[in-house]
Design a protein around this ligand. Structure first.
Ligand code: AMP
Length: 281
């Protein structure tokens, strides 16, 4: 496994393997790797000749006052996990490598970046789209592996890849959860024991939503109300949003139909958590 920090060196290494006709699978991450990331890496390992994992805590997607500084960075643990999972290249540039002096070009995926998480995190998805576009220009993967856990991010990256003609396909992998139901997230380390227990209300409310839909409920307003009621039973929980939208374009749905995404963002204490479930009618 090679660890590369310079964009030009990464590009050169990938071009060399592509010249031999090898396929490249790419898993973009911010590190603090857990089983969620590893499920993407394992899939990439299975599908491709070469696996590239990027580890980059992207300053452009954090607003002032968000957790950029305290975001976990267990570097040697991440390297060991990648090595064990059979990764060929870790690409871990510094912020200056990605955003050198004078940097001015950003990618916005119009509209999709202002709904759901985009409402309370303005600029976040501009930062995500920009860094992913840059990474794609450095790594030129055949397949990009993303998690359903960040459903809006996946929709936005899909749109961008299509709109900007990146020659890559996208594979979205299911959300990996703890036995308790809690979706794995690098930010779960911020939760204390009590908060971690309270955080189960996210997956529980999504399970309730799935059950109610199975039982025939189709009215999005009533469903939102039931989810909100359950979450509000936890004192430490504060709803940022509950969204019931079309899974492909994130347009709000009044009636549950087709491919429907139920997505939540909830603050547990000081930690903002997201989760979602896809329902197909
Ligand atoms: P992050 O390091 O949080 O930026 O995530 C990197 C990639 O891992 C993204 O595509 C995420 O959607 C994915 N990911 C994060 N958590 C999970 C999870 N619990 N299950 C599946 N994929 C995940």
């Amino acid at each position: 496994m090679k660890i590369i920090t310079r964009p030009a060196a990464m590009f050169k290494a990938v071009m060399a393997v592509k010249a031999k006709g090898k396929s490249v699978g790419f898993v973009p991450t911010m590190g603090a790797l857990h089983e969620g990331h590893l499920s993407l890496i394992r899939r990439a390992r299975k599908d491709n000749d070469i696996v590239v994992v990027s580890i980059f805590v992207n300053p452009a997607q954090f607003a002032p006052g968000e957790d950029l500084k305290k975001y976990p960075r267990p570097v040697s643990q991440d390297i060991a996990l990648c090595r064990k999972a059979g990764v060929d290249f870790i690409f871990s540039p510094s912020p200056k490598d990605i955003y050198p002096e004078g940097f001015k070009t950003y990618v916005s995926v119009d509209g999709l970046d202002r709904v759901l998480c985009g409402k309370s995190r303005p600029g976040h998805f501009r930062g995500v789209a920009t860094v992913v576009a840059k990474l794609l220009n450095i790594v030129w993967p055949d397949v990009i592996y993303l998690g359903q856990k960040d459903a809006q991010q996946a929709v936005i990256i899909k749109r961008m890849v299509e709109d900007l003609n990146f020659p890559a396909s996208i594979r979205i992998m299911p959300t990996v959860r703890e036995k308790s139901g809690l979706a794995l997230s690098s930010r779960n380390v911020y939760l204390n024991i009590k908060e971690k227990e309270d955080a189960l209300v996210l997956s529980k409310s999504l399970n309730l939503a799935s059950l109610l839909i199975k039982g025939g409920l189709r009215d999005a307003g009533r469903l939102t109300k039931r989810i909100r009621e359950l979450i509000s039973k936890k004192k430490s929980a504060k709803v940022d949003y509950i969204a019931i939208v079309n899974a492909d374009d994130l347009e709000p749905l009044n009636k549950i139909k087709g491919s429907c995404l139920i997505a939540l963002a909830v603050r547990i204490g000081k930690t903002r958590l997201i989760d979602n479930v896809l329902v197909k009618i």
